[in-house]
Design a protein around this ligand. Structure first.
Ligand SMILES: [Zn+2]
Length: 254
């Protein structure tokens, strides 16, 4: 987190800005401190801008701590990051994105007792036990499709990390594939890189961006200038990819 501050010269209110990090994107927060506001802090997201009203005596450090606690809520209001899993049912004939391809979902029932899923050319075929009650079928389809994506992620994503590790000279301690609700990736203090399996839904160049972002954290454990210079060195068009990732995250099918 970084900050810039300026003073309007008004003793009753003071405007400044703070920068916070939300899922790897820098977000500017407009802060208005007021002598009339005694205790409470109001955080609002209006028209895509984060605004904070705070008591005059509150420090930036205190505000940053409060904003960090509300990060998930703020990210949700801004519409960025990983969206909540969609609730609409997946149906036969629906389109499932996979690494820049479109697969057609085929749903059928079979006589076995377990659901299974397999890729058949440009289709993803899910077969459900015929004994499964109809009202449980949508959840079973979603579960089968998610399991297929997750298995593909385990095959594909570690290879992307190793390729970029070779290019960058930044070597993670290990790579884990995770079901993360609000993040595409993270880099732990022990050098573990965790990646969201949903990255395989998108064009491959977006997973590349997340991998480069997390590898750069092995050298810079912050989002200040040095970090972004490292990302830009490896991936000059990282900003465009980050915007595309945010947009893609709003269209998740699973
Ligand atoms: Zn980051």
């Amino acid at each position: 987190m970084t900050r810039t501050q300026f003073d309007r010269g008004d003793r009753r209110t003071r405007a400044s800005e703070l920068a916070i990090d939300l899922a790897g994107a820098r977000v500017t927060v407009a802060v208005t401190r007021s002598a009339r506001r005694l205790r409470s802090v109001a955080i609002a997201v209006e028209a895509g801008r984060v605004k904070v009203a705070a008591p005059m005596a509150m420090t930036d450090t205190q505000l940053l701590a409060l904003l960090a606690k509300r990060a998930t809520w703020i990210a949700g209001r801004l519409g960025g990051g990983v969206a909540e899993a969609p609730s609409q049912a997946l149906r036969d004939g629906d389109t499932l994105p996979f690494r820049g391809e479109n697969l057609a979902l085929r749903v059928a029932v079979h006589s076995g007792s377990r659901a299974f899923v397999r890729r058949e050319g440009a289709a993803l075929a899910v077969e459900l036990p015929g004994s499964l009650p109809g009202e449980r079928q949508p959840a079973a389809v979603r579960q089968a499709v998610a399991a297929w994506y997750r298995a593909r992620a385990a095959e594909v994503l570690p290879g992307i990390v190793h390729r970029w590790a070779a290019v960058s000279g930044l070597e993670p301690a290990r790579v884990l594939i995770r079901d993360q609700k609000r993040r595409w990736g993270s880099c732990g203090p022990d050098g573990t890189i965790r990646l969201n399996w949903r990255l395989v839904l998108f064009d491959p160049h977006l997973a590349d961006y997340v991998v480069v972002h997390e590898l750069a954290h092995l050298r810079h454990r912050h989002h200040q200038a040095g970090f972004w210079e490292e990302v830009a060195r490896l991936m000059p068009d990282h900003a465009a990819r980050r915007r595309q990732l945010t947009a893609a995250g709003r269209e998740l099918v699973v």
